[in-house]
Write a protein that binds this ligand. Structure first.
Ligand code: B12
Ligand code: SF4
Length: 518
């Protein structure tokens, strides 16, 4: 069969700070190719809807699969599916990915018959079975593990049998030089592990993978890295180097091959402090940026997000990153309850630290515990606003004032890195990138004021809404929600057996996790 894999368009964030290759979709496409289907991939982060329509008109695929990791992309995908149904009435349309897995029934309903199936969970095993059913016996579609159709639902999705057997179809992506994150321009993505053993209340990474954690072998990582030509590499793991041994083994394999890249990774403060030597080693291998989810600058805020790391440990982790000479970026979650004074305190704190600070807005997502427990009613159910850059919960300040404060804070933080001290360094970097024909980072700087403006933000809230996220269940008490959290799982949890970490690391996770789930 001819199968087309589609990544939807950019979000607010993607337009300025980063745009990354659709690694998950490449893996799913490769699984289909290995099963002897003809495959193509189009990434609408860097190509237009007109390109998509041209491609389906010329190539006439039998099967079209959309990747829906981000809730904010749901309306775009539903509209594209409807247009596809009109253009190619006999083709089979499916939607998969992180957010689709948590909102399957609503996506089918919005599609009004244009979406044949939502395929939940890891896509690699499911897609092969689904293509087989579509090519042969269509009545078998509803029995495919992870499949949700108007005719019924298959069993729970299956895990990939062995992550080491997977390869991403990097060759299918047509504009590789468009992917970047900050100064890592161009930048590719790579996976060292999958899943997360913690269970933070605002996050759905663990509910998706059934709180499992699987590591990829150093041999397979090195082989994949060797296929990457870009000098920058984004490690997509939720929490990098949870297990010291694994981090060393991959690092040593890379060092033996004499490979040199600039890496970006995300991790937790307590993991950094527990595995200091690994991060020291990786600094030598080229780690340029570390992203730390501090989330709050006071204990009360941390308790709210139930990240069980004492604040002092987070600051110690920041000190450690600084001592390595690695650039740290931190994320702080703004609560819609914040008033002018709170924004001022955060601004002052952020100006005192040398790090890049990113501010996102507390947003309850389907698939998270917060979705079950959040006591405040949503002020909007417009999918497009669920990008953690817009306020979807009622704000204490009038919305316009809240955005004024937020944008002011973001601008102050942004300009902190564009001052007289950093400008010469920055210009040097831009010049080197431009000399290599890479202008993504520069374009981001130019677009900043247009994208992050009060008019744009308020205008986004005023757009007509065609698709609304179904209401969350009635707010529940914490204990009840903890029980219910287990129902949020997409992949069935396998308990301790599902986590390839040693016993000492398992105990460390137990001591620092929120403890809502089994
Ligand atoms: C790396 C990452 C990023 C990277 C890169 C994203 C990218 N373009 O690839 C960056 C830093 C850019 C990023 C940014 C954001 N992210 Co992000 N990100 C992740 C993270 C940690 C891993 C994603 C990943 O690459 N995994 C590895 C690949 C192999 O897996 P995958 O993409 O999920 O694909 C698998 C399945 O989903 C499925 N699948 C995927 N596509 C398809 C398609 C079909 C047809 C099928 C059948 C299956 C399928 O099969 C794949 C293979 O098994 C996830 C958390 C997580 N563990 O999922 C959060 C996550 C997806 N991000 C999240 C958010 C909120 C964001 C941001 C909005 C905000 C932010 N600051 O983080 C921005 C917006 C980005 C944008 N598009 O503009 C949320 C999503 C919430 C939601 N429900 O919408 C998540 C779940 C994290 C969380 N805390 O809950 N992100
Ligand atoms: S540590 Fe918490 S926030 Fe980070 S990926 Fe795991 S569950 Fe999500």
């Amino acid at each position: 069969m001819k199968a087309l894999f589609v990544h939807p368009g950019p979000l607010l964030y993607t337009n300025v700070f980063l745009r990354l290759e659709p690694l998950g979709l490449e893996l799913v496409a490769q699984a289909a190719r290995r099963a002897r289907h003809q495959v193509r991939l189009i990434d609408l982060q860097v190509e237009s809807h007109a390109d998509y329509h041209r491609m389906i008109a010329e190539w006439q695929p039998d099967f079209i699969a959309f990747s829906c990791n981000y809730l904010a992309n749901v309306p775009e995908i539903v509209d594209l599916a409807k247009a596809t149904r009109l253009a190619l009435p006999r083709s089979f349309v499916c939607v998969g990915g992180h957010s689709a897995s948590f909102t399957g029934p609503a996506i089918l309903e919005h599609g009004e018959g244009a979406i044949d199936c939502v395929l939940k969970g890891e896509g690699e095993p499911g897609i092969v079975k689904l293509l087989e059913a579509v090519a042969g016996d269509r009545s078998a579609v509803a029995k495919v593990p992870g499949a949700l159709t108007a005719d019924g639902e298959g069993p729970r999705p299956a895990f990939v049998h062995d992550l080491n057997e997977l390869r991403p179809a990097r060759d299918l992506v047509r504009h590789r030089r468009k992917y970047f994150i900050g100064i890592l321009d161009p930048c590719a993505s790579i996976e060292f592990s999958r899943g997360c053993p913690w269970d933070c209340s605002f996050c759905s990474a663990w509910t998706f993978y059934g709180r499992s954690y699987r590591a990829i072998s150093p041999e397979r990582v090195v082989e994949d890295l060797a296929s990457i030509r870009e000098p920058g590499v984004f490690i997509v793991d939720d929490v990098a180097f949870i297990q010291e041994k694994h981090g060393f083994a991959i690092g040593e394999a890379i060092a033996r091959k004499g490979m040199r890249k600039n890496f970006y990774l995300e991790t937790r403060g307590d993991v950094l402090l527990r595995n200091k030597e690994v991060f020291q080693f990786w600094k030598k291998l080229g780690v340029t940026y570390i992203f730390l989810g501090i989330e709050a600058i006071d204990e009360e805020g941390l308790r709210k997000f139930r990240k069980r790391i004492p604040l002092g440990r987070n600051f110690e982790a920041l000190e450690f990153v600084r001592s390595l000479g690695i650039e740290a970026a931190i994320n702080i979650i703004a609560d819609p309850d914040w008033d002018e004074e709170r924004f001022r305190v955060v601004r002052d704190w952020c100006m005192d630290v040398p790090e890049v600070v990113n501010i996102s807005i507390n947003t309850p997502y389907p698939g998270t515990e917060t979705w079950l427990t959040e006591q405040r009613r949503l002020q909007t159910r417009d999918y497009r606003l669920f990008d953690i850059q817009h306020a979807v919960l009622p704000t204490k300040l009038p919305l316009e004032k809240f955005y004024r404060e937020l944008l002011h804070t973001q601008r102050v933080l942004y300009s902190k890195h564009m001052n007289w001290r950093t400008t010469p360094q920055l210009l040097g970097l831009l010049a080197r990138n431009l000399a290599r024909g890479q202008a993504n980072f520069l374009r981001g700087i130019v677009k900043y004021n247009k994208v992050f403006s009060l008019d744009t933000m308020l205008g986004d809230h005023a757009r007509p809404v065609h698709y609304e996220l179904p209401l969350p269940p009635r707010p529940q008490a914490d204990a009840l929600a903890a029980k219910k959290a287990s129902q949020l799982y997409i992949h069935a949890p396998r308990g301790r057996a599902g986590r390839t970490i040693d016993d000492a690391t398992e105990r460390f996770v137990e001591a620092t996790r929120m403890g809502a789930s089994g």
